[in-house]
Design a protein around this ligand. Structure first.
Ligand SMILES: NC(=O)c1ccc[n+]([C@@H]2O[C@H](COP(=O)([O-])OP(=O)(O)OC[C@H]3O[C@@H](n4cnc5c(N)ncnc54)[C@H](OP(=O)(O)O)[C@@H]3O)[C@@H](O)[C@H]2O)c1
Length: 259
């Protein structure tokens, strides 16, 4: 099992779901973890759990969509702990955005949390990581980035932007000791994964638990491979849209009309 002894790790969206599991597992593997999210009561409970295995770990309340606030958190962690070795940009939000719905700020909100926040945090940690010649940044993307479905324009676009950003930065800094990854968690029954529970769960082959995704991430991050895929099945969609574009489009239209 890979260890992270003494490393300083910031995990956003640590109050629940995948981020909570990643924060706890990093602490169990020796890291000093700073868990970030908005819900103070959940963070207080998380801090108690983190400190059982990693006494210097703590949590910070922050709305990551406020990028000034997020940059201040990063700066404060660097001042207090001397550096950030691992940044996991996991905080995410989902809003259904059918094109027929009345105009709203959905796109602005979703892009702010899912795309602009990870960009701001990555920019903030990068000078320190490059100076030390080491560091890990993980951006939690989604298979929606690669196989977008009907009515998820804001979410899919935010994750596609995040994946593209990740790949660009990974190419830029990869030779300088900083590893930048996009994590594709497949489907996990978190609050976001379960959604409003009106849609049936996806096939077993793409279902994962928080623990499985976290374990995969902690074993794989820090290597030269940019993408970390919890399931390979969604990659078939990428293959199908390239090799059989007409059949792929037909299937997606049918699926979009049904759901
Ligand atoms: N579950 C899946 O099937 C699945 C699949 C693909 C990708 N993902 C991605 O995985 C990541 C984690 O999601 P999850 O499934 O674990 O869902 P979740 O349990 O709903 O967790 C979302 C986390 O993001 C935090 N968050 C949301 N908006 C925030 C904001 N403005 N500022 C700070 N924190 C914020 C939430 O904390 P607060 O509400 O306390 O702020 C919460 O901790 C997301 O990026 C999601 O897109 C999930």
């Amino acid at each position: 099992m890979k260890r992270y002894d003494g490393q300083v790790a910031v995990v956003t969206g640590a109050s629940s779901g995948i981020g909570r599991r990643v924060a706890l597992d990093l602490a169990e593997r020796g890291a000093v973890v700073i868990g970030v999210a908005r819900r103070a009561s959940l963070l207080a409970a998380l801090a108690d759990e983190l400190q059982r295995s990693s006494p210097d770990s703590r949590t910070v309340v922050c709305d990551v969509s406020d990028t000034d606030q997020l940059r201040s958190v990063v700066a404060e962690v660097e001042r207090r702990h001397g550096r950030i070795d691992v940044l996991v940009n996991n905080a995410g939000t989902y809003e259904s955005t059918p094109i027929t719905a009345p105009a709203s700020d959905s796109y602005v909100r979703v892009m702010a949390t899912n795309f602009l926040a990870p960009v701001a945090a990555t920019q903030a940690v990068m000078p320190g990581m490059l100076k030390r010649g080491s560091g890990i940044v993980v951006n939690v993307s989604s298979d929606s980035a690669r196989a977008p479905e009907a009515r998820e324009g804001a979410y899919a676009a935010s994750k596609a932007a995040l994946s593209a950003f990740t790949e660009c930065v990974a190419s830029e800094v990869g030779s300088r000791g900083v590893h930048v990854h996009a994590l594709y968690p497949a489907w996990v029954p978190t609050a976001m994964g379960l959604g409003d529970s009106t849609t049936p769960p996806p096939p077993k082959l793409v279902r994962r638990t928080e623990a499985q995704v976290s374990n995969l991430l902690l074993e794989r991050m820090g290597t030269t491979r940019v993408d970390i895929n919890a399931s390979r099945l969604p990659l078939l969609a990428v293959l199908a849209r390239t090799m059989l574009p007409t059949a792929y489009a037909r299937a997606m239209h049918k699926f979009g009309a049904r759901t």
